[in-house]
Design a protein around this ligand. Structure first.
Ligand code: NDP
Length: 447
């Protein structure tokens, strides 16, 4: 079987074995598509069934999460933890709580996480989890009861050296606190089993900022390599959650002007530049809606169709909300409006058609697994601090994060060039992330 036939046969099996799981299939086919030259150069991978093993999660844990709401009604959600690959370290990856979470979504995120974690250069394997529970609109007490029920099952499968979950959409400091409290109660262990913890109980300084800051460090490096920078450029950022807010802070610090942000109801455009403190107050403190922003900023406008944010004229676009939020049509609008760089804070925010549009237009494209790896990298730094019973200063963590993101860019750039695709950072990220995992899997035998 030649390499093309090999890839086609693996993709056919993925499709057959995971029926209807569109997001998972999309993530796998995007990666395999770029690995052709690597598989040509390494026939031993095919012989060892390496790709067949790579696309099959090591374990899928799926469980019922019953809880009682404030009115006394019993609610039932579904919980997941997918332990995808631990060739290079314990499983590591966030938990997502959102009503549209399915097994396909968790699988795609877990698969991406393998390569992202490898790119950080740190010893962490790939995993992901979550639930179709959405904390939005729930009281603190409801969120706590849900988190306690979720952890009552999950604790059996995780541990500081086994599998270390973190936050993602819908899972922030509040949820991590409730989950950690229940883990401790069930196990009597005070260990770094979760990252993104509060600073008083083992959290790391700069973890909250890490994904957004890391995204901008990576993007700045990519811009620099192409004779550009954030300075004086207009930036559009989707979302207004953890990643988006700290991407806005850092993009502004690097000289960019953030002019639009969004949430799942709509977007705000502020020609004077987004007031980030106001966004923090609305989203982080009040858990409110982004639409409230225009009440305090008379020059700002609100639109209630999220995807219209990509029609705003900008130089740099940082999608930081969710998967497939930029489709081919939105990507065309970005190109027509002169956008020269798209760098992904969210996981898989661009559809395959969007990526093709960027590539045809010669736009600089920072793929999620490289560009947003700063969050998990800093989670791994949190794990190190926990096992040392020590904590680094904000500046120390930020400096390490910066160094990691610069290295990721260099590795991605050189892998793309080495395999004949210079400037194709999406291919470079897949290849550089894959090679380390493949090497470890080859060394460990057929497991
Ligand atoms: P948050 O829950 O903090 O924020 C998510 C933001 O995206 C919210 O503003 C939310 O709006 C918005 N959003 C969610 N769904 C949609 C949608 N369908 N359309 C438009 N907006 C939407 O999550 P994070 O900031 O942590 O995560 C954002 C992305 O970054 C995700 O793709 C995540 O996987 C990725 N990521 C996160 C990391 C982290 O460290 N947290 C690390 C690496 C990647 P609303 O307020 O209405 O819910």
């Amino acid at each position: 079987m030649n390499v093309n036939e090999y890839i086609e046969s693996v993709l056919a099996t993925v499709k057959k074995r995971n029926p209807g799981e569109a997001e998972f299939y999309q993530a796998v086919s995007e990666v395999l598509d770029t690995l052709r030259p690597v598989l040509e150069a390494h026939p031993e991978y095919q012989k060892a069934g390496l790709i067949e093993r790579l696309v099959e999660p090591e374990k899928i844990i799926k469980f019922r999460v019953p809880w009682v709401d404030d009115s006394g009604k019993v609610q039932v959600n579904r919980g997941y933890r997918i332990q995808f690959n631990n060739a290079i370290g314990p499983y590591k990856g966030g938990l997502r709580f959102r009503d549209n979470v399915t097994e396909s979504v968790i699988k795609f995120l877990g698969f991406e996480q393998i390569f992202k974690n490898s790119l950080t250069g740190l010893p962490i394997g790939g995993g992901k989890g979550g639930s179709d529970f959405d904390p939005k609109g729930k009281s603190d007490a409801e969120v706590m009861r849900f988190c306690q029920s979720f952890m009552t099952e999950l604790f059996k499968y995780i541990g500081a050296d086994t599998d270390v979950p973190a936050g993602d959409i819908g899972v922030g400091a509040r949820e991590i606190g409730f989950l950690y409290g229940q883990y401790k109660r069930l196990t009597d262990l005070y260990e770094g089993v979760l990252t993104g913890k509060g600073l008083t109980y083992g959290g790391s300084l700069a973890r909250k900022e890490a994904t957004g800051f890391g995204l901008c460090y990576f993007t700045e490096e990519m811009l620099k390599a192409n004779g550009k920078s954030f300075k004086g450029h207009k930036v559009v950022i989707s979302g207004s959650g953890n990643v988006a807010i700290y991407a806005a802070v850092k993009a502004t610090a690097l000289g960019g002007k953030v002019i639009a942000m969004s949430d799942s109801n709509g977007f705000v455009y502020d020609p004077d530049g987004i007031d980030i403190e106001l966004v923090k107050q609305i989203k982080e403190v009040n858990r409110g809606r982004i639409s409230e922003y225009v009440k305090a900023r008379p020059n700002a406008t609100y639109g209630d169709k999220c995807s219209d944010i990509w029609g705003i004229k900008c130089d740099i676009a940082l999608p930081c909300a969710t998967q497939n939020e930029i489709n081919g049509e939105s990507a065309k609008k970005l190109v027509e409006n002169g956008c020269f760089c798209v760098s992904e804070g969210a996981n898989m925010p661009s559809t395959p058609e969007a990526i093709e549009t960027y590539q045809q237009a010669g736009i600089l494209f920072g793929p999620a697994k490289a560009a947003n790896a700063g969050g998990v990298a800093t989670s791994a730094l949190e794990m190190s601090q926990n096992s040392m019973r020590y904590s680094w200063t904000f500046e120390e963590v930020d400096e390490k994060l910066h160094g990691i993101m610069v290295n990721i860019f260099k590795n991605v750039e050189s892998a793309a060039a080495k395999y004949g695709m210079p400037g194709n950072y999406a291919a470079g990220a897949n290849i550089a992330g894959f090679l380390k995992v493949a090497d470890a899997m080859m060394a460990q035998g057929i497991v």
